[in-house]
Design a protein around this ligand. Structure first.
Ligand code: ZN
Length: 119
């Protein structure tokens, strides 16, 4: 079974490699929404895959590095597309969250990225 927990963070960014006329070349902000999906068996006694609080504990320190920051200033996020940010989060989260199956990063309510650790 899969369970998920959603998080939000507010960050500024710009995309340095797009043409200068592209709107994303200019500094702007997003309220990002991050969905963290964990897959596992439902524990027979507890009745859950994992305590949601454990997901929160693993994700919170990573969000703290991104929230109210200029993403371009963060090592590894010099070109902070949703794809690059997703990979950056996944790399940091994987070791701390057994069963991590997928993350979904929404840059806007209608645009985002799904990453499962592969391509
Ligand atoms: Zn943007």
């Amino acid at each position: 079974m899969e369970i998920f927990k959603d998080f939000t963070f507010d960050s500024a960014h710009f995309l340095p490699h797009v043409p200068k006329g592209h709107k994303c070349f200019r500094m702007h902000g997003h309220t990002y929404r991050l969905r963290v999906v964990v897959r596992g068996a439902v524990d027979e006694k507890l009745g859950w895959v994992m305590d949601f609080a454990d997901i929160k504990a693993a994700v919170k320190p990573i969000i703290a590095q991104l929230d109210h920051r200029v993403l371009n200033d963060i090592e590894g996020l010099e070109n902070p597309t949703a794809e690059v940010i997703s990979k950056w989060i996944w790399t940091r989260l994987r070791a701390h969250l057994p069963g991590l199956a997928r993350i979904e990063l929404y840059e806007t309510p209608t645009s985002g990225c799904i990453f499962t650790g592969a391509q």
